[in-house]
Ligand binder design. Structure first.
Ligand SMILES: C[S@@+](CC[C@H](N)C(=O)[O-])C[C@H]1O[C@@H](n2cnc3c(N)ncnc32)[C@H](O)[C@@H]1O
Length: 359
């Protein structure tokens, strides 16, 4: 099997540098930051490790071909030269998705048809919409890059969350925000408005070294020359503890169920409590990590100013010595905390630009 020397980890836009840091910490070879993500080198075993171990990526793409292309007949010819049979199985249907940018070929549907025909004619794999295994073609500046999406359902779906709450932050964003806020796994984390508990559970998993992909399958497992899932690390003991609070009884129950499902219920504690009653736990100061509500309806904003004001006051009055990481889309609300934040790190959260504010 040819070496997969071009593995691309898609990053949440704005957080590429933190994904690079994570990938380097995990010891992947050749890691470098590229537009939209991080490239590493390796083989299918590396692809498997990346899917199971990397917390911050959205998905893992394996680049299998790259060629210049000026018109559809040429695409048809060159797509047939790709060694599809090395990767795809005749009994596993695939989906083909094409994006065209600044290229002579601008009709993505026509391009997808050519690639689909090449796949089915050369290796027998049927092409159908909505399959777990997806071939992604990108034609940019007349250069066609073909990748296999080795992940399937996006990586933030850890396969462990029964209760999602009202506006959960994606697990991969939560992990990168924790990292960006300086969390190393060794300190207490408090989320005073924890919803389904994402920050608290991610932090606990990071502290005890649980692999994010330990409970799900990935698209790479249905490739022709399969590779076994990697041996995953055992959970380590950690002295760190993780605390979540929410005034909503449903959120509290959901967070508890999610922690149990993730196997970190011994490290975390959730309490139904409003922010105004929050007190620091009896541990050395650590990190307060929070994603307060940020309503888009105008009427909500007044109440939200009061809530952010209360959060800021509680932090100043009771959490001296703690670091703070706060995710919100609304700079006005961030300001109303009265906290002395650094310049926010802006990133995309489901089409909305949000900021990570750190103090
Ligand atoms: C955007 S959600 C947090 C989502 C969470 N990060 C997750 O991943 O599930 C905001 C949470 O703040 C909680 N909340 C709102 N006002 C609160 C208050 N005064 N005290 C405590 N929690 C509050 C809501 O119940 C909601 O669960």
């Amino acid at each position: 099997m040819a070496d997969a020397d071009n593995i691309f980890l898609v990053a949440p836009p704005g957080l590429e540098a933190f994904l690079l840091a994570e990938v380097q910490d995990l010891g992947f070879a050749g890691a470098r930051q590229d537009k939209g993500g991080v490239t590493i080198t390796g083989d299918l075993g590396t692809v498997a490790r990346a899917n199971h171990l990397v917390r911050g990526a959205t998905r893992v793409l394996l680049r299998v071909a790259s060629f210049r292309v000026m018109h559809l007949a040429q695409l048809d010819k060159r797509a047939r030269k790709v060694a599809w049979g090395d990767w795809l199985r005749a009994d596993v249907p695939v989906t083909v998705e094409t994006v065209c940018r600044k290229s002579k070929i601008y009709h993505s549907k026509a391009a997808s048809q050519r690639i689909s025909r090449a796949i089915t004619d050369t290796c027998g794999a049927p092409v159908q919409a909505g399959q777990t295994l997806t071939i992604k073609a990108r034609i940019e500046d007349d250069l066609c890059t073909i990748s296999i999406d080795t992940t399937g359902a996006a990586l933030h779906l850890r396969g462990l969350k029964g209760s999602v709450g009202k506006a959960p932050i994606r697990e991969n964003l939560a992990a990168l925000c924790l990292r960006a806020a300086g969390f190393t796994g060794a300190e207490t984390v408090v989320d005073p408005m924890c919803g389904s508990g994402t920050f608290v559970i991610e932090a606990a998993e990071m502290a005890c070294g649980l692999a994010p992909g330990r409970a799900r399958s990935f698209a790479y497992q249905s490739l022709a020359k399969g590779t076994a899932p990697p041996r995953l690390p055992q959970a380590q003991d950690t002295p760190a503890r993780f605390f979540g609070f929410d005034r909503d009884a449903g959120a509290f129950a959901g967070a508890n169920a999610n922690a149990k499902q993730a196997g970190v219920d011994g490290l975390v504690s959730f309490t139904k409590q409003p922010i105004s009653d929050l007190q620091p736990p009896d541990t050395p100061p650590g990190l307060v990590m929070v994603n307060p509500p940020y309503g888009t309806r105008v009427g909500d904003r007044k109440t939200l100013f009061a809530l952010y004001g209360t959060f800021g006051k509680v932090m100043r009055d009771r959490f001296s010595g703690w670091r703070i990481g706060m995710v919100t889309s609304d700079p006005g609300l961030a300001k109303s905390t009265g906290l002395d934040f650094q310049k926010p790190i802006l990133f995309d959260n489901g089409g909305i630009t949000v900021g990570l504010y750190r103090a």
